[in-house]
Design a protein around this ligand. Structure first.
Ligand SMILES: NC(=O)c1ccc[n+]([C@@H]2O[C@H](COP(=O)([O-])OP(=O)(O)OC[C@H]3O[C@@H](n4cnc5c(N)ncnc54)[C@H](OP(=O)(O)O)[C@@H]3O)[C@@H](O)[C@H]2O)c1
Length: 356
């Protein structure tokens, strides 16, 4: 009989649903390779949670997947915790060996994650917000050995485990550079092809590559949070405000509605066309780059020599290049598809498997 591992899932959007799908579909593999059965006992969304101490059956999970894919909300909250009280939910639903999985996009999960770790449970997060919160929260969360966050940088790519391995084996990591945003990677290669900035942003939005409000991607904060996580792993005592972030639109466009913002974008076309032309004239390629090194972190648009590994990555992929004492001549590179619900869920699942 496989060991039952109780799982409490916070957030059941695109990645959460992909994870539940993988848990159901990989039952045999998990029983065979790990003698484990991930037993979902509680699932929370932004409105409430459902809880089944004996674990939800796969048939119930299928219903849950359809319900959430159709935009349904959980409202059940009479089980000893208040609606929205995720710490109460973890307290009620947790058990020995439990794993709390944060696939929300909210910092409201932080107290629940801390409580789970204090109780000795495992915590896996793809949600960057808790790890990009203040330094004290970072320390409180990552001081625990049962905290894992592979999918926060590069989705399913083995970025975090590679960095852990380098640090744990005493390598000296001097610098990390990378392209960490599929959306901004897409935009920079469209600019390179000669597409107008405003057209490229509208196309990216139409294809679903951006958030409904594209400023959330264009502002660079998501890439900055990833750079901050890597920097903190190197021991740099940085806050998010210390990360130098180049936003791809001016701050005065923040006050506009989404429609007004999209309508105003052509005003930026000339400037981006000039930057792209200058990069081309210098024999370089424009890329939105994250750089971590020398105690600092920054993200922004940079002209890169064509031989630079970050310049070579295909538009929607991610790449992380580790320059270390051991990998001095030829850096250690992790690259590939660095986004998408299925790949992200696989990164989360790999953390869950490592915990058991
Ligand atoms: N998609 C990717 O390619 C990718 C890659 C790497 C990392 N990530 C990260 O993975 C996380 C999930 O991404 P996603 O694409 O699945 O997002 P999503 O589709 O927006 O889903 C977010 C889920 O979190 C729930 N939620 C929001 N606030 C909550 C709260 N306070 N308590 C409990 N649940 C809450 C939402 O509830 P409702 O269902 O009620 O709205 C929803 O179910 C995000 O943090 C994202 O940054 C995503």
């Amino acid at each position: 009989m496989p060991d039952l591992v109780p799982v409490i899932l916070l957030g059941v959007g695109n990645v959460g649903r992909a994870l539940v799908r993988q848990i159901i579909d990989l039952r045999e593999l998990h029983a065979h390779r790990l003698r484990t059965r991930f037993d979902l006992v509680a699932v929370a969304d932004s409105d409430g949670a459902i809880f089944e101490p004996a674990g939800f059956s796969d048939a119930t999970l299928e219903t849950l997947l359809s319900y959430k894919a159709g935009g349904g909300k959980f409202r059940q909250h009479e089980l000893g915790y208040d609606q929205g009280d995720l710490t109460g939910l973890v307290d009620v639903a947790g058990d020995d060996g439990a794993i709390v999985v944060d696939l929300s996009a909210s910092a409201a999960t932080i107290p629940a994650l801390e409580s789970a770790l204090d109780r000795g449970y495992g915590v896996v997060t793809a949600n960057k917000l808790p790890l990009a919160a203040d330094l004290l929260t970072w320390q409180r969360l990552t001081d625990h050995r049962r905290m894992r966050w592979e999918a926060t940088v590069g989705a399913g790519l083995p970025v975090i485990i590679t960095l852990h391995n380098l640090l744990d084996t005493g390598d000296e990591v001097q610098r990390i550079e990378g392209a960490l945003s599929g959306t901004l990677g897409y935009l920079s290669s469209e600019l390179e092809k000669g597409t107008l900035f405003s057209v490229a942003v509208r196309e990216a939005k139409a294809c679903g590559y951006t958030e409904p409000d594209p400023r959330q991607d264009l502002g660079g904060l998501d890439a900055a949070r990833k750079a901050l996580i890597l920097a903190r792993m190197l021991g740099y005592p940085l806050e998010l405000a210390d990360v130098e972030v180049e936003s791809l639109y001016p701050a005065d466009m923040d006050s506009l509605s989404v429609a007004e913002f999209l309508a105003a974008l052509p005003a930026l076309d000339e400037m981006y066309a000039a930057r792209t032309a200058q990069a081309r004239a210098d024999g370089k390629r424009l890329r939105y780059v994250a750089e971590v090194g020398g105690g600092q972190a920054r993200v922004g648009l940079q002209p890169l020599a064509p031989g630079n590994r970050v310049a070579q990555v295909s538009s929607s992929d991610s790449i992380v290049v580790f320059h270390t004492a051991r990998y001095s001549d030829n850096p250690l590179v992790v690259s590939g598809r660095g986004a998408g619900a299925v790949n992200t869920a696989a990164g989360v699942l790999s953390d869950m498997m490592a915990l058991v």
